[in-house]
Design a protein around this ligand. Structure first.
Ligand SMILES: Cc1ncc(COP(=O)(O)O)c(C=O)c1O
Length: 388
């Protein structure tokens, strides 16, 4: 437990909520979930399941009809044919990551993860008696793992590499060719590649390609949380190589028996054309927010070398203003009423030089946030008024 850290942003969020309770207005740019409610057809399917009383455990790998629906979605979105038997429905991408890493890690085995990256990954590896191997990434590789970095850091004890595209916290994408190269590299060393595609669907101006057909050592992680706006329903999935499905089944039975039954029944309506049309409208709204926020932050002096192409995050260099991004996040919250996430939530590599902005808020609120940050930066010692 000593090596497992909390999400530092949670402390900031709690402080933001306390300030709000005192009547202060806070502009939230720290929250890592869509601000849109779950689409109505999904909720209605959930309500129908509750009314029918369909609330028993499901098979540990998920409802067969949901696994089939996910497989059809891959055909429709990516033109990729998958056997539904390769799909395991999980308790969020969190459950998916835990299961995928669980079937791969022997004690002492190493898993390459990016720094910065989603913090739970290295903690899952640790929990499973593995050793996370942090690969520092920066603007020169768009904050992503590359085949070269993978080769450089791979070790005798490495069993897998874990990448995310688009990434949290940087919103940057991996090129499909690079993912393919990494899949071949790991396969040649009897290793696995885990590709977290949780922010697929939230990609702007490009159609992301899935890694699900890149070989029988590739695990794809996905979720209903982000694109489908279903964070609290706790539902995700893994596309796993066929030979691992039995092990995943066994582990899922032991870890949580099944993903939530009402959520699985609700998710059967997630792929309806009208639901997908609404979700694509919301994706376009995220894009408009990004198109506003990136230039606005650059104008204030934040360093954003590449235009992030997906998710709802901007990873910004703040060394023009501070050498301590955590303190900047605290000061912005206390003095300007703007909540952002400090870089230390995502690793240690140049973490104090970066903060993450999330555009999970309306353009009007983002504009208000930018104006408060501008006033704060003019005179950081002075508090600016921000009563609700
Ligand atoms: C990159 C990444 N992977 C996985 C998760 C876990 O998401 P969930 O368990 O809600 O599906 C998150 C959540 O923010 C994330 O950013």
């Amino acid at each position: 437990m000593g090596e497992i850290e909390p999400f530092h942003v949670m402390a900031l969020l709690a402080r933001a909520r306390a300030l709000e309770a005192q009547g202060r207005s806070i502009v939230h740019m720290e929250i890592g979930e869509p601000d849109f409610p779950t689409p109505r057809p999904i909720c209605e399917a959930g309500i129908r399941a509750l009314e029918r009383g369909d609330l028993f455990y499901t098979p540990a790998l998920g409802l067969p009809e949901l696994r089939a629906a996910v497989a059809r979605f891959y055909r429709m979105r990516y033109g990729v044919d998958l056997a539904p038997e390769r799909i395991a429905i999980t308790a969020g991408a969190s459950g998916a990551l835990l299961l995928a890493l669980g079937v791969l890690i022997d004690p002492g085995a190493q898993v390459l993860v990016t720094d910065p990256g989603y913090p739970a990954n290295r903690h899952f590896v640790r929990l499973l008696n593995g050793e996370p191997l942090n690969v520092p990434v920066g603007p020169d590789s768009e904050y992503q793992m590359t085949p070269e970095l993978l080769e450089h850091h791979w070790s005798e004890r490495a069993t897998a590499a874990l990448v995310a595209t688009p990434s949290n916290p940087t919103g940057t994408l991996l090129a499909h060719e690079q993912v393919r190269e990494m899949a071949s590299f790991t396969a040649a060393r009897s290793g696995a590649l885990i590709v977290d595609e949780i922010y697929h669907g939230l990609v702007y101006g490009a159609q992301a390609r899935t890694a699900a057909d890149l070989g029988d050592n590739v695990f794809v992680i996905n979720s209903f949380s982000k694109y489908f706006n279903m964070t609290g329903w706790r539902l995700g999935w893994i596309v796993a190589p066929e030979r691992y499905i039995g092990e995943i089944d066994k582990l899922a039975q032991n870890v949580y028996l099944s993903a939530p039954a009402p959520a699985q029944r609700a998710a059967l309506s997630a792929f309806q054309p009208e639901t997908l049309a609404l979700l694509d409208e919301r994706r376009d709204e995220f894009r408009a927010r990004r198109d506003y926020l990136v230039p606005a932050l650059r104008q204030l002096g934040f360093g954003i070398p590449q235009m992030p192409q997906g998710a709802f995050y901007i990873y910004a260099n703040c060394t023009r203003f501070t050498s301590d991004s955590y303190q900047l996040a605290l000061d912005l919250l206390e003095r300007a009423g703007v909540a952002i996430t400090p870089g230390i939530d995502f690793g240690t590599h140049r973490a104090t030089e970066h903060v993450r902005f999330a555009y999970t808020n309306s353009i009007e609120r983002l504009q208000e946030g930018v104006s408060r940050i501008a006033r704060f930066l003019e005179d950081p010692a002075k508090s600016i008024g921000f009563d609700a």
